[in-house]
Write a protein of this length. Structure first.
Length: 177
C-alpha cells in the first residue's frame, strides 16, 4: 500500500472545467497505486428539490452529506478522499474541509477557456437546451466568483489544452511533494 501526504484532494472549478472527469481519473490512478480512498462528486450530494430560498445550491445538505460519507469511508480505511465540488469562498473551503475531516488538504482549482467550456457543455447537455443555457450562463459568473475568492493555497490548473491524463499527472506530482 502506498501513502500520500494529503488526506483530501478537493477539485474545485466552474462548470465545464473538468472536475468530475479529473476526480474520477485521479481516483482510478490512486486505486491502481494501492492508495486506499474514495471519490465523491458533491453535485450528487446536493441533488434534491425543491431547494430552499436561503440555500439555492443546497450547500447545507451537501456539507452534511459530505460529513456522513467522509466519516464512513475513513472508518473503512480510506486514506485519501478525492472530492469534485464547487467552493466559492475561503470560508466555504474551511467548512467543507472540516466536514471532510481533512487534516492535509490539497486544493486544486481547474480553469478552462470560455470556448473550451462552451464546447464541453455543448456535448454534456446536447439533449437538454435549458440545462445547456443555464450552464453556459453560469460559467462566467462562477469563474469570476472563484477568481475573486482569494484562495492562497490552491494548485491552479488550466485544463484548456491539457488532457485529463496530463491534469492527473500534474495533481499526482503535487501529491508526491
Amino acid at each position: 500500500m502506498t501513502r500520500v501526504p494529503y488526506d483530501t484532494v478537493l477539485i474545485n472549478g466552474s462548470v465545464g472545467t473538468g472536475k468530475t472527469t479529473t476526480a474520477e481519473r485521479l481516483a482510478a490512478e490512486l486505486e491502481r497505486r494501492d492508495v486506499p480512498g474514495a471519490v465523491i462528486d458533491v453535485d450528487w450530494l446536493r441533488r434534491a428539490w425543491p431547494a430552499p430560498a436561503h440555500d439555492p445550491f443546497r450547500a447545507g445538505l451537501a456539507r452534511e452529506n459530505m460529513r456522513a460519507i467522509a466519516t464512513n469511508v475513513r472508518r473503512e480505511g480510506a486514506q485519501v478522499l478525492v472530492v469534485a465540488t464547487v467552493v466559492e469562498s475561503v470560508d466555504q473551503l474551511r467548512g467543507d474541509a472540516a466536514a471532510l475531516a481533512a487534516e492535509r488538504l490539497l486544493h486544486v482549482r481547474l480553469t478552462a477557456s470560455p470556448d473550451t467550456v462552451r464546447s464541453r457543455l455543448g456535448r454534456r447537455h446536447a439533449g437538454d437546451p435549458a440545462e445547456l443555457e443555464w450552464h453556459r450562463r453560469r460559467h462566467p459568473e462562477l469563474a469570476g466568483i472563484l477568481d475573486r475568492a482569494g484562495f492562497t493555497d490552491e494548485l491552479l490548473l488550466d485544463t484548456t489544452d491539457v488532457s485529463v491524463d496530463e491534469a492527473v499527472t500534474t495533481i499526482l506530482a503535487a501529491l508526491d511533494r
